[in-house]
Design a protein around this ligand. Structure first.
Ligand code: NAD
Length: 316
């Protein structure tokens, strides 16, 4: 059976699949040619990350297709319910990249607190003394309050890092069951219990930092827009490594120009892969190109988890 890993798969994933007799195709087939390629090669399983989409037309036009796999969490690029209705198996690897996203967010939190992103950009061309003055008013994370909106796998992983950095964590979620965050320090484990609130407006004005870890909302709406920005503490720093659009980009720029938001970091954008240049060039916005899950370790975990699930679904 042939598996097309259109957005790539780790060597460990390829090895596990090949050991069970699968042929893994690592070609990057352009979206427009996907149907023809799958039919020509009689592909049984197609694996994607966020770049390739598998919509109804692909599902309807490819009779050989039995399985669609998403390496990672959000499956908004796949018509999941439609595929399952048609008898296809749809799999993903929800937990494999939580830690990687959490670590990227910590990087952004430090970066927007100390102007690291701007400093990296400007050191080559700007006068040293001028930059030293511009970046003189950094702030520390320790002792500050972070609001984590969306307290699922990634939100809870971020909480462990934020607690480790000495931050106070306020969790906001639709589900308010208490979560136990395990802090591993050497060979000791410390369990911290956090109960989320489902009322963002009751805590929003206390937050020095905000990080979003919600899925793309079913109705496409933003979780943070002008109404929320207007309730925030002046000087708040905000990170979106969830999905483009969960923070309204136009309102974010306005909140920065009004002095509400001191700095923002974006790993995801409404118009990927062509983000609005007024965001990427903004002096108070740190941007990364959707690399939350892009660590060697996460890709390894994703590859082997996908392989395990494919073997279970198509062989066992
Ligand atoms: P998860 O399902 O474990 O957690 C999401 C949480 O958000 C849930 O607890 C849910 O109740 C909560 N939620 C949903 N809408 C909400 C709202 N309006 N207000 C408050 N809480 C809300 O998912 P996860 O594994 O933590 O991943 C979260 C998201 O991160 C994914 O859906 C994906 O969009 C994004 N992600 C981004 C990258 C990246 O590369 N930047 C990588 C992986 C995942």
């Amino acid at each position: 059976m042939k598996i097309l890993a259109n957005d790539g798969i780790s060597a460990s994933g390829v090895k596990a699949l090949e050991a069970e007799g699968f042929e893994v195709i690592l070609d990057k087939v352009q979206q427009d040619n996907l149907v023809d390629f799958i039919n020509k090669e009689k592909v049984t399983g197609v694996l994607v990350r966020s770049a390739t989409t598998v919509r109804q037309n692909v599902i309807d036009s490819c009779p050989s297709l039995k399985l669609i796999g998403r390496g990672g969490v959000g499956m908004d690029n796949i018509d999941v319910a439609y595929a399952r209705d048609k008898g296809l198996t749809v799999i993903n690897t929800p937990g494999a990249s939580s830690q990687s996203v959490a670590e990227l967010v910590m990087g952004h939190l430090f970066s927007v607190s100390r102007f690291l992103y701007a400093s990296y950009k400007n050191m080559e061309n700007e006068e040293f003394a001028k930059l030293k003055k511009s970046y003189a008013k950094g702030v520390e994370l320790r002792g500050k309050t972070i609001g984590i909106i969306g307290f699922g796998r990634i939100g809870q992983s971020l909480a462990s890092y934020a607690l480790g950095a000495g931050m106070k964590v306020v969790a906001i979620d639709q589900y308010t069951e208490t979560a136990t965050i395990a802090l591993n320090i050497g060979d000791k484990q410390l369990d911290i219990h956090i109960t989320p609130t489902n009322d963002l407006s009751s805590v929003i004005s206390e937050l020095d930092y905000i990080s979003l870890h919600v899925p793309k909302q079913a109705d496409g709406s933003a979780v943070i827009q002008m109404k929320e920005f207007e309730m925030m503490k002046k000087g708040v720093r905000i990170v979106n490594a969830a999905r483009g659009g969960v923070v309204n980009e136009t309102d974010l720029k306005e909140a920065i120009s009004k002095g509400i938001v001191a700095a923002a970091a974006l790993d995801v954008f409404e118009n990927e892969p062509n983000p609005d240049p007024s965001l990427t060039s903004h002096v108070q916005i740190a941007c990364t190109p959707h690399i939350g899950a892009a660590t060697v370790e996460a890709q390894d975990r994703i590859g082997t988890e996908l392989a395990d699930q494919i073997i279970k679904a198509l062989i066992n």
